[in-house]
Design a protein around this ligand. Sequence first.
Ligand code: FAD
Length: 389
Amino acid sequence: MPPSMETAIRSSIFNPEHETLRASVRSFVERELAPHAEAWEQAGDFPDWVFTKLGDAGYLGLAYPEEVGGQGGDYISTLVLKEEMARCGSGGVGMAVAVQTDMATPPILKYGTPEQIDEYLRPAIKGTKIACLGITEPGAGSDVANIQTLAVRDGSDWVINGRKIFITNGVRAHFCTLVARANKPAGHHGFSLFLVPTDTPGWTVTKRLDKLGMHSSDTAEIALDDVRLPAGGLLGVEGEGFAQIMWELQGERLVGVAGSIAGSQRLLEACIQYAKDRHAFGKPIGKNQAISHRLATMATEIEAARRMIYDAAWKFGSGEYPVKEISMAKLYGGIVASRVANEAMQIFGGAAYTMDLPIQRAWRDSRLIRIGGGTDEVMREVISKLMGL
Ligand SMILES: Cc1cc2nc3c(=O)[nH]c(=O)nc-3n(C[C@H](O)[C@H](O)[C@H](O)COP(=O)(O)OP(=O)(O)OC[C@H]3O[C@@H](n4cnc5c(N)ncnc54)[C@H](O)[C@@H]3O)c2cc1C
């Protein structure tokens, strides 16, 4: 039998070790996480042991070097984790774990001191410290350069004041990788990154936000009032925080859309099965072109998005900085993920609209990718600038 198209594409970036890893992550997710997904969605939270169990299995440090407690794998191995987390059945769990592995901690490896690596990165890889990433503010989402949170030097300390919003893991996090304006006037060289322990006096979770989807993941509003950090709280080079966080966002966008498209693939498979099983007018609904062609379009778009993601991931993992490819993959993959969920809603009919089936959750969860980590419009802005416009 000829290899399936999916196998052929996969083999272009995944080697046999990746496939072994995929099998073990898949069995972990199906055994340890998926059985709880429904309860966690209902509760609006999942327990912290998810992080420690993932850490014990080595999954929180797949692409981190062994010297810092990681597994020493390549970037593609973290992509495998993101894809397989989609089998959990709760987008919020996958997102929370992605914040831990691919958003809040990569800047620590890249820019951190040995002390910061010991204090934050090693425990994050073990799952004993939970991380969040603090970029967005009430007045600065897409417009990251408008961040107003201010860090001022006081002797050798930093004193930070400001507000952050939409912070994933923010309610439970032990530390935050924070972006603030630091001592400098406006402009791209006015920002710095900080590592802030969340038990520092002046750090307050002011609200846990209620959301349309991603119910099992917590999303916080944070107030920083005279949060005092020692000099060692600065992460990386003072004044280079904007470039540092733009680098972080590339990885964030890539794993975000990879997880979304993996979810779309699962949804497509469920739709194909339903189209065979569900009968109307004396035949399976999939025997109507209106349904079968819809499924063919969904499969084609998922395939195209996946190829874009794999291409960008391969380049990013090889040390390139493929901003255009990542932005295109995030833009297109996000639209596809959202469209596939919408089509699934139609194919499943009334059943999809009930809370008994997980279609409604996929529909709600998948919508976020077109907003979080940079909206569709921001992606188009980045792409068009790189086209010289
Ligand atoms: C569930 C969830 C989790 C999140 N997790 C985190 C997190 O962990 N850490 C974090 O820092 N942030 C997080 N975010 C924030 C997220 O990244 C922002 O919501 C996103 O970047 C958009 O910012 P905004 O919501 O302020 O929208 P705005 O920037 O106010 O944009 C509103 C609309 O205007 C459009 N727009 C803005 N500027 C332009 C322009 N120049 N041209 C055309 N259209 C434009 C946008 O595309 C959008 O459609 C999270 C958000 C959500 C909803």
